[in-house]
Ligand binder design. Structure first.
Ligand SMILES: Nc1ncnc2c1ncn2[C@@H]1O[C@H](COP(=O)(O)OC(=O)CCCC[C@@H]2CCSS2)[C@@H](O)[C@H]1O
Length: 326
């Protein structure tokens, strides 16, 4: 398999995410690609999250920051220029979480910091999270991306992210900041450039020499990227439909939080919105689809759930729907 490397020279999250999706649809179909990028002053929410709920949008934008929504699942994270993002983009058959993680974990270990993967998507050092990871599977290619906290302004991270009490309790922490750590605190001479080089070298070690280095500016000027940019910067993509429902319920489980909003007309569910930081995008989408245009009753809600693939999420929701007040 051929390999390619690309580095961003923009700090605009909408452009960086556009390029990421473009790489997925093009080069990643027959190359293993490593993409390194940074965003200035940004909150990036997961595919199915409620932007108003997760992010203090007004203050972020007033302070010159940007809200961005990515394709992958999971929760909201804060980026500034002390944060480095990586994306592995590969043909579906090449996707191997263990191999991709090894590049990151070994790069960090090589700098003298003990690190390990934990839970559903975190990489930890000294018991605290310095990297949040998320995943997306397209038709031909997949990506695995993540953050690396090197020297992020933690007061801003806490300020712009709205993390529910239930989520913090589920992670056993009292505040957002107490769960995360900057690698620079563990290794004071660490810089973004040193980390980038360690990841680049780690990628070569795992996947072999780099066959081509892609030109960011040239790719950024392509028509398809412009179209993607229009999506990533649109209010529709960022905010979605207004969360104004006749009926709303929410809960938190081991796999993540979920909020369901239903619009009910004449006893029928006309519209269903599902917000979640679950990593399982397909499950959330099929749940949403199964709730639309059915009768608003306990029985028909249970029937909709029963039509979904059997998994932990479904079992938890079945139990919950059974108790919830309609
Ligand atoms: N930049 C950054 N890095 C690591 N952890 C963070 C960061 N910002 C916030 N957090 C902490 O993670 C949780 C959210 O954890 P949670 O597990 O819910 O979500 C994630 O980790 C998603 C990672 C997405 C990575 C993408 C890669 C390129 S674009 S964004 C938040 O409440 C904070 O406690």
């Amino acid at each position: 398999m051929k390999t390619a490397y690309i580095e961003s020279n923009s700090f605009d999250p909408w452009l960086n995410l556009s390029i990421e999706e473009y790489l997925l649809d093009t080069y990643a179909c027959d190359n293993n690609v490593l993409y390194l990028w940074q965003n200035a002053h940004t909150v990036v929410i997961g595919r199915n999250q409620n932007a108003w709920r997760e992010c203090r949008i007004e203050s972020l934008e007033r302070d010159g920051g940007k809200l961005a929504r990515r394709l992958s699942g999971g929760g909201a994270v804060y980026h500034d220029l002390g944060n480095l993002n990586f994306t592995f983009l590969l043909p579906r058959s090449e996707y191997n979480l263990h191999r991709q993680l090894a590049v990151i974990v070994d790069a960090v270990k090589g700098l003298g910091i003990e690190a390990s993967f934990s839970g559903r998507n975190d990489i930890l050092a000294e018991g605290k999270k310095f990297s949040g990871n998320a995943f997306y599977h397209g038709r031909q290619a997949s990506y695995h991306h993540g953050t690396v906290l090197i020297d992020v302004d933690m007061s801003k991270l806490s300020m712009y992210l709205n993390v529910s009490k239930a989520k913090m309790e589920s992670k056993g922490v009292r505040s957002v900041a107490s769960r995360v750590v900057n690698l620079k605190d563990l290794k004071p001479d660490l810089t973004i450039d040193i980390m980038k080089r360690a990841m680049y070298n780690g990628f070569i070690e795992e996947y072999g020499h780099i066959d081509r280095i892609l030109n960011y500016n040239e790719i950024a000027s392509r028509e398809e990227v412009r179209t993607l940019y229009a999506k990533y910067s649109s209010r529709e993509w960022l905010l979605g439909k207004s969360p104004d429902f006749d009926f709303g319920i929410e809960n938190r489980f081991a796999w993540g939080g979920i909020e369901i909003g239903l619009n009910v007309r004449k006893g029928m569910i006309r519209e269903a919105v599902v917000y979640s930081d679950s990593m399982d995008l397909d499950f959330i989408e099929s749940l949403r689809a199964s709730l639309k245009d059915i009768e608003f009753s306990r029985k028909s809600l249970a029937r909709a759930l029963a039509s979904l693939p059997e998994n932990k999420e479904r079992a938890d929701l079945l139990e919950w729907f059974d108790q919830v007040e309609l």
